[in-house]
Write a protein that binds this ligand. Structure first.
Ligand SMILES: [Zn+2]
Length: 476
């Protein structure tokens, strides 16, 4: 009966959480600036009787909300940051609400809210059944900057978890059996000497020259790295004026690879390229590691358990109107993009625009997809289960305006509600630990680490890049 009660409670209360997700969608905030979303979730959880600890790892918007006592301790991860330039209304044509403004093109308005609703539903059932154990919701900042969870991990808040669950909005219902790439984000700052670029160029030592030569070196390095590695950069400071030899210039690199070790080796080689560029230009260079996340370790034991909840979660359907909106959105996507997106692991197996079937197959197990997330860090600290659900039409890619439109529509809200149910039902099974599922998940987790230990990829001295002044949250 209990599982029926969980889904019943969630169906009865779904409007409340749809409203929360919608509010966060309407107030998109970039990483480390999520004061509205964080405060709103904290308020909701505190009102429901959760004990909240905020400001985790010196990140004001990161928090942990907890209910219950003792073991097991099961966590659910949430996110709430938006992306720059993806402002968009819920319309099938490109229609930014704020020109060049931020938008929820990765659906983190849904991602976090699903976790909040799952833990509140669980608290109800734990109270009703006097079920022992502890549940936690992790309000994780700045996933898009790939570092929020690493700062939280450095603070040790995931260390005592027995298992942890998460999900991501996508274009099919599927267990996430694939891995995501490890990543290092590192910025190089060159210093030289200014001079009049026309009158006395021989006196100048250009930091911008160093940046350009470093990029040339990196582009030659590209040929001699392991397949699947990624090197991308952005010049963050190219000087102030053409007639002043720039004494300061900087370049920001993302390095990706199949695992942490590969990325660390790449990092060492790129540092040599930077040092070489500094030597060539008689400038100096220093660098800072801004994020250093791990590849995700999928846990098939937990993913299977999530998949098994499909029946208990109940029906998942879309209306004709939603189907029509989805088709209209797809008409704005380039056919070549559409074809490529369908072969992506996030849309694996889906056969139609809004496919409500749930897929769990091992086709992608052991394969790495070309993206990274700081959830990888958590998967190295505790066994982690992860699913994707349909929150956008098949063919829409995340980080696009079409995705922002979908994640603010009833399609996104339905996918969120479904993911929340699966996470709540799975957590219920984990709290009961029938058939020693926690021990099985842990054994698989230990085996997949192959003896390696988690060591945060961001050095101890690096502080989170939080804004100097916290905006005062305005709550409705
Ligand atoms: Zn995302």
């Amino acid at each position: 009966m209990s599982k029926v009660n969980i889904t019943k409670w969630m169906d009865e209360n779904k409007a409340k959480f749809a409203d929360l997700a919608k509010q966060i969608w309407e107030n998109p905030e970039l990483g480390y600036n999520e004061s509205f979303a964080s405060s709103l979730q904290i308020k909701t959880l505190e009102e429901s009787g959760f004990k909240v600890t905020a400001g985790i790892g010196d990140v004001p918007t990161a928090f942990v909300a907890e209910y219950g006592t003792g073991k097991p301790i099961i966590g659910i991860l949430g996110e709430f940051d938006a992306l720059p330039g993806l402002s968009q209304g819920v319309t099938p044509d490109h229609n930014p609400i704020v020109l060049d403004g931020p938008g929820h093109g990765c659906g983190h308005n849904l991602l976090g809210t699903a976790g909040v609703s799952a833990v509140i539903a669980l608290k109800e059932i734990m109270e009703a059944e006097a079920l022992p154990g502890t549940i936690r919701y992790y309000g994780c900042a700045a996933e898009e900057l790939l570092s929020g969870k690493t700062f939280m991990a450095r603070a040790g808040v995931f260390d005592d978890l027995d298992s942890v669950l998460t999900w991501h909005p996508a274009t099919s219902n599927t267990t996430a059996n694939f891995s995501m790439q490890a990543l290092t984000a590192i910025e190089f700052y060159f210093s030289g000497r200014t001079a009049h670029a026309g009158a006395a160029p021989h006196l100048g030592r250009s930091a911008l020259d160093a940046v350009e030569l470093m990029n040339v070196g990196a582009n030659y390095l590209r040929e001699h790295v392991l397949d699947g590695s990624r090197i991308h950069y952005q010049i963050t400071n190219g000087g102030l004026a053409p007639n002043v030899v720039p004494d300061k210039a900087s370049v920001y690199y993302f390095l990706r690879g199949a695992n942490r070790k590969q990325v660390e080796e790449l990092e060492e080689r790129l540092i040599k390229v930077a040092q070489g560029a500094a030597m060539m230009t008689e400038t100096s260079v220093r660098w800072e590691i801004k994020s250093g996340c791990y590849e995700t370790l999928p846990n098939i034991t937990l993913n299977e358990l999530m998949y098994k909840q499909v029946e208990a979660a109940g029906p998942f359907t879309f209306t004709e109107e939603e189907e029509k909106f989805a088709e209209q959105l797809l008409q704005t996507v380039e056919p070549s993009v559409l074809a490529g997106a369908k072969s992506h692991p996030m849309s694996a197996n889906a056969r139609k625009t809004l496919d409500t079937d749930f897929y769990h197959n091992m086709e992608y197990f052991g394969k790495t997809m070309g993206g990274s997330s700081d959830v990888g860090d958590v998967s190295w600290i505790a066994p982690m289960g992860q699913i994707m659900t349909v929150c956008a039409p098949l063919g829409v890619q995340v980080h696009t305006w079409q995705a922002t439109a979908s994640f603010g529509s009833s399609i996104g809200l339905k996918g969120m509600h479904y993911a929340a149910k699966i996470m709540a039902l799975t957590t219920y099974d984990l709290l009961k630990n029938e058939d020693g599922i926690l021990e099985k998940a842990k054994a698989e987790y230990l085996a997949s680490k192959q003896g390696a230990e988690y060591k945060p990829g961001i050095p101890a001295g690096v502080k989170p890049p939080v804004p100097k002044k916290e905006a005062t949250p305005v709550l409705g």
